[in-house]
Design a protein around this ligand. Structure first.
Ligand code: WQD
Length: 342
């Protein structure tokens, strides 16, 4: 099938493209390269399928749909830094919401009715109970990033009713890890998430890890999260696309392993795998952090036949391999990167 992947030069996008190519799908990539890396597409051998640009550019989108005639869209393109969204909410609503409605209007104009949407567990904020199910939990985002994703989920319900555009919204929990063989992975240059930060300490890139809060009501006082392997997450996108095409039914799934790990669990696992005893500094809580959140992914297992194959050790081991072989992320050097015209 011909699939347009927006944000395909990003971390989850490039891993999803890797799985799409394995399953013989035809891929077109739209990416502004603001946060994505063309090197990932070079590694995947599809840089010739890249159109450089933003989902806010209606004319460019029209050209892409006219020229490539995608049959489905997997939409990753968005900003995703919680901290940045709090400082600059306007950028987040402009790019994540307006960029998406521009894409949706183009899909409607070109009669493309299938969308897999990259959403987030951040739409729940602090969950009212655990594990978090798709519908019986309050959606109460605590930052503009999560809010922007919730707004899009609501917009998608109206585009379904008015235009028959069907979507599957995937609420990611904490994604980590890298493809086997470390061919592609997460660029940690700007990463502030826990696992890349702890691996930076293990590899001596930084000299310590700050633990944001050790007085939470959890088994060891540190926050609990549901870490999900990026390859398991990628598979869920393909299963969701196939589900849409066979059932023509819009829906949403929470994607996690259903297992919670604390910050100290992660740190101990990194110590065990790397053998490095890096410094850990207990620091004050980070505003907006829920004490604990983990998924109930039974709906995705039951309806998609989705199975997670990797655990926390696999995520940390694969990420460790990737970062060891790519200490400067995708930019091995500051060499000029040739960017094809969009
Ligand atoms: C995890 C825990 C921190 C760094 C992320 C994304 C969000 C969504 C869910 C996709 C927290 C603690 C972290 C550090 C620490 N994903 N921590 N020291 O905030 O749960 O949310 O995954 O959409 O978009 O942001 O992830 O990795 O930042 O934090 O103690 O140096 O680790 O306080 O408890 P988070 P995170």
């Amino acid at each position: 099938m011909r699939v347009l992947v927006t944000g395909g030069a990003g971390y989850i996008g490039s891993h999803t493209i890797m799985e799409l190519l394995k399953q013989q799908h035809e891929v077109i990539v739209l990416d502004s390269l603001e946060t994505g890396y063309i090197e990932a597409l070079v590694e995947l051998g599809i840089v010739n399928r890249l159109v450089v640009g933003s989902t806010q550019d209606a004319q460019l989108l029209d050209r892409v749909f006219r020229e490539y005639k995608p049959e489905a869209v997997i939409h990753f393109a968005a900003y995703k830094s919680v901290a940045e969204s709090i400082e600059n909410p306007n950028r987040y609503f402009q790019n994540n919401v307006f960029g998406t409605t521009t894409l949706l209007d183009t899909m409607v104009r070109h009669g493309v009715k299938n969308l897999v949407f990259s959403s987030t567990c951040a739409i729940f904020g602090t969950p009212s109970y655990l594990p978090v199910q798709e519908h019986n939990n309050n959606t109460n985002p605590e930052n503009p990033y999560g809010e922007s994703k919730l707004i899009v989920e609501q917009i998608l319900r109206w585009y379904d009713r008015a235009y028959g555009l069907k979507s599957v919204c995937l609420r990611y929990f904490n994604v980590a890890g890298a493809a086997e063989g470390a061919r592609i992975g997460e660029d940690w240059t700007k990463a502030q998430n826990l696992i890349p930060v702890v691996l930076k300490a293990a590899l001596g890139v930084i000299d310590s890890v700050q633990v944001f809060g050790s007085d939470y009501p959890t088994h060891d006082g540190t926050c609990i999260r549901d870490y999900i392997h990026v390859v398991d997450l990628a598979q869920a996108h393909i299963l969701s696309m196939e589900y849409l095409l066979t059932t023509n039914t819009a829906t949403c799934y929470n994607l996690g392993t259903g297992k919670g790990s604390s910050v100290m669990d992660v740190i101990q696992t990194v110590r065990n795998i790397t053998g490095e005893n890096f410094k850990v500094i207990m620091s004050p809580r980070r505003p907006g952090d829920p004490a604990a959140i983990w998924a109930d992914s039974f709906k995705a297992v039951q309806e998609l036949g989705w199975k997670t194959r990797y655990n926390l050790e696999d995520m940390i081991r694969s990420a460790y391999q990737w970062h060891k072989s790519h200490p400067n992320g995708w930019r091995q050097s500051d060499s000029e990167v040739l960017i094809p015209m969009g």
